[in-house]
Write a protein that binds this ligand. Sequence first.
Ligand code: NAD
Ligand code: DAU
Length: 360
Amino acid sequence: MKTSDSILVTGGAGFIGSHFVLDWLANPSAPPLVNVDKLTYAGNLDNLSSVLPDPRHVWVHADMGDRARMREVLAQHRPCAIVNFAAESHADRSIHGPQAFIDTNIGATFALLEEARAYHAALQGDSQAGFRWLQVSTDEVYGTLQPGDTPFTETHRFVPNSPYAASKAAADHLVRAWHHTYGLPVVTTHCSNNYGPYQFPEKLIPLVIANALDGKPLPIYGDGQQVRDWLYVADHCDAIRTVLAKGQLGAHYNVGGWNEMANLHIVQTVCELLDRAQPRADGQPYASQITHVADRPGHDQRYAIDATRMATELGWRPKETFATGIEKTVQWYLQHPQWVARVRSGAYRDWMQTQYGSGA
Ligand code: NAD
Ligand code: DAU
């Protein structure tokens, strides 16, 4: 059997996945993209409204852990690559309810790996050699750093601390083993914190923008001195396309923005941008809404990514600085209040009801 030139993406209705889908289809010569998404609370078809009518966007509402369904999808579309974005992705939710993280990030990844293994084994010649599984992982698998430590390189050991991070690390181990044992051609990326349009307002930056504009408290966990590295989402998608095209089989690539910043500084920056773009009616700064709340249990103090390998081996570097990326992001949320309102009211899920009725 031979592959087509289409690629299959899981989780393409989520934050990063939908950017990947939109960017992919923005290239008029790009091959078709099969988008498999279960539409959990984090999947939002509003993000994809511009490409739903595009015949090159093959929308499949399915759980990637549904083996029979995924077998059919693979046989029907014969993709030459799978980019696995689908996951439960929010660390706080994993602390409150880890089960879904085990089921999806480990169980469903295992199920799709098994289907991909059988599919790959039935391919022939160049189709078999050219097939790729790209695992979209996170820097959180490396655990936490102390202030003076050097940033994570690809050889840093896995020391995941949250249920989310542990489930992602487990998935990475499965992917690695499927390469080592069965010869599945895989590459893995470990990216730092993404931000940009379409991010679900449970994550720090969109939550702060939405709460600030609603006059609500801006919750800072603990002292707000925890450090993350921030990357604009389009740069992450560009890195994934680069690794897909040029990554070495079995290799891991760290993807980051060289933008280490403390949470409190991030929130203050967002507040200052909002003060300029849409000042509060009472003339007070948005930063006056900052409220320190209880810390996240087991909160990782610092993540920092050494993305040298991406630059030297694959020639990838981020295009946005934090200053340009955060400005674009704040502007996007200001210009799309209806997107946030539909997420917060739950109306974004109406499509499910319209499309699937009460069985949705
Ligand atoms: P997200 O939570 O916004 O989206 C996840 C998507 O996966 C949703 O559309 C959801 O419906 C879908 N999904 C969940 N379970 C599924 C299943 N069983 N089958 C099919 N679809 C399913 O996540 P995100 O922030 O876009 O992250 C995407 C990936 O990138 C994740 O694997 C995450 O671990 C990784 N990552 C995220 C960041 C970040 O800062 N957001 C950074 C590094 C890595
Ligand atoms: O590092 C990559 C990871 O980045 C991804 O793997 C995850 O999918 C993604 O969610 C993100 O994880 P974080 O836990 O770092 O992101 P979050 O936006 O939830 O939090 C960022 C920091 O801000 C973190 O130190 C916790 C803090 N925080 C978060 C929220 C939601 C607050 O102080 N207050 C908040 O209300």
